[in-house]
Design a protein around this ligand. Structure first.
Ligand SMILES: Cc1cc2nc3c(=O)[nH]c(=O)nc-3n(C[C@H](O)[C@H](O)[C@H](O)COP(=O)(O)OP(=O)(O)OC[C@H]3O[C@@H](n4cnc5c(N)ncnc54)[C@H](O)[C@@H]3O)c2cc1C
Length: 398
């Protein structure tokens, strides 16, 4: 794609030079020219007062028949024969979008010997499963899954695609979006339908989490987005539901996949499975020093929970980044979240506000965390936590 400058029409006014955010426009013999720094963002096209600058039409900028795109799809991620919770969560949310649009909900199931998982997909709300099986799909691969998903979209033309913002989902989503010439809203925290346009309204934090931006995809299809685990609740499954399985034969050959799966290593995830934890005890800067974090560990242990941390605690080196909760950490949704010495910055709240019960301990009665907390304890963590540990230990022994 490129920017095209009609030299005949260019009046050499320099409006494009001033408008270019990348300094990629220059004047040569009183006519505008682009340099290698041009990203084809289009700012110069809008700025030119005589319409002398246009963007080259590409496959993705050619108007598409949007009516040909129907249904809501969810990428079904699975590991070692189990569907990841985030896929169920997205099926629940996808069901709402599909119902609102009067369309069908489908799961895209790619793998080897995974047909049995279709039952689960139907139970979580899908009407249809697109099933692509083959030994080359046993484990996720960037090449294999991107190619097969792209083919599937080009053939069946879905209107909306939801993908979990997991490691694999974040790898797959943008690649597929680029191949099919559409956009993708990453890391959404809410989904809805825009009343005016009927498009999916993708909401996500922007400008460091200081505002929530709602993004629409009006010109291209499918409308695509990734959503973090635990943003939505897993739907109640109904195993009486059934649906249609559409078997799709893949054209991908094993030799087209450049990476080889060698071994699955479970790196300490068991001790820090925050996304699946029912109880999380999190510590922030208010824990004051590394030694005090022992109180967080102890309370988590007594409650059978997992240890979380604010970014300040991670930056202080009290916990590895794996434990960070928040916008740039993990999004969690436990039954109980205990925030100890955490102020409640918007970036932290973004990762834990969907917890069922939030308990906050903070010595500052005006700390913002108390605005989202169901129960608040105003006090010093070094005094409150030992009491809680002792009392819960007693309850456990009783
Ligand atoms: C782009 C971006 C992304 C970010 N992503 C994240 C993220 O993912 N997760 C995250 O957590 N942050 C994130 N942050 C940082 C965030 O803005 C805050 O700086 C951070 O959450 C503050 O951590 P904190 O609450 O532990 O520390 P502070 O804000 O310093 O709060 C400490 C709290 O402890 C209380 N306190 C102090 N001593 C005691 C005591 N003895 N007993 C009881 N209470 C006490 C204080 O009253 C205070 O409320 C991000 C920031 C940016 C700009």
């Amino acid at each position: 794609m490129a920017v095209i400058i009609n030299k005949e029409e260019c009046i050499g006014c320099s409006a494009c030079i001033n408008s270019c955010p990348f300094g990629a426009m220059v004047m040569e013999a009183d006519k505008a020219c682009t340099t290698d720094a041009c990203t084809v963002c289009g700012a110069c096209v809008d700025a030119c007062p005589v319409g002398a600058i246009t963007k080259e039409a590409t496959e993705s900028s050619v108007k598409i028949d949007k009516d040909a795109y129907k249904d809501v799809w969810v990428f079904i991620e699975h590991v070692e024969g189990e569907i990841r919770n985030v896929s169920h969560e997205l099926l629940g949310e996808g069901r709402k979008l599909a119902d609102a649009k009067g369309q069908k909900l489908a799961g895209v199931l790619i793998g080897d010997g995974v047909e049995a998982l279709a039952k689960q997909v139907f139970a979580s709300g899908a009407d249809k499963v697109y099933l692509i099986e083959g030994s080359e799909f046993k484990n996720y691969s960037t090449d294999g899954y991107t190619a097969v998903f792209t083919d599937l979209i080009n053939t069946y033309k879905p209107s909306v695609i939801l993908i979990g913002a997991t490691n694999d989902g974040r790898d797959l989503g943008p690649r597929v979006a680029c191949r099919v010439g559409t956009g993708l809203t990453a890391d959404c925290t809410n989904l809805g339908i825009d009343e005016q346009t009927g498009l999916v309204a993708w909401t996500r934090p922007a400008f460091g989490g200081n505002i929530m931006a709602t993004i629409l995809c009006p010109e291209h299809r499918p409308q695509m987005g990734t959503v973090r685990p635990k943003v939505f609740k897993k739907p109640v499954q109904d195993f009486n539901r059934t649906g249609e399985i559409v078997r799709v034969t893949s054209k991908i050959k094993a030799e087209d996949i450049r990476t080889k799966f060698i071994e699955l290593l479970q790196v300490s995830a068991a001790s820090c499975n925050l996304e699946e934890a029912e109880v999380i005890v999190s510590g922030g800067r208010g824990m004051c020093k590394l030694e005090n974090f022992q109180l967080i560990e102890e309370l988590a242990e007594v409650l059978g929970g997992t240890v979380g941390a604010s970014r300040a605690a991670v930056d202080a080196g009290w916990k590895p980044a794996l434990h960070q909760v928040g916008q740039t950490g993990k999004t969690v949704g436990p039954k109980i979240y205990i925030a100890c010495g955490i102020s409640g910055a918007i970036q932290h709240i973004a990762g834990m506000s969907s917890s069922d019960i939030i308990i906050a301990i903070n010595k500052d009665a005006d700390a913002p965390i108390f605005k989202v907390a169901d129960y608040g304890i105003v006090g010093d963590v070094t005094e409150v936590l030992p009491v809680m540990i002792t009392e819960f230990k007693k309850l456990r022994q009783a």
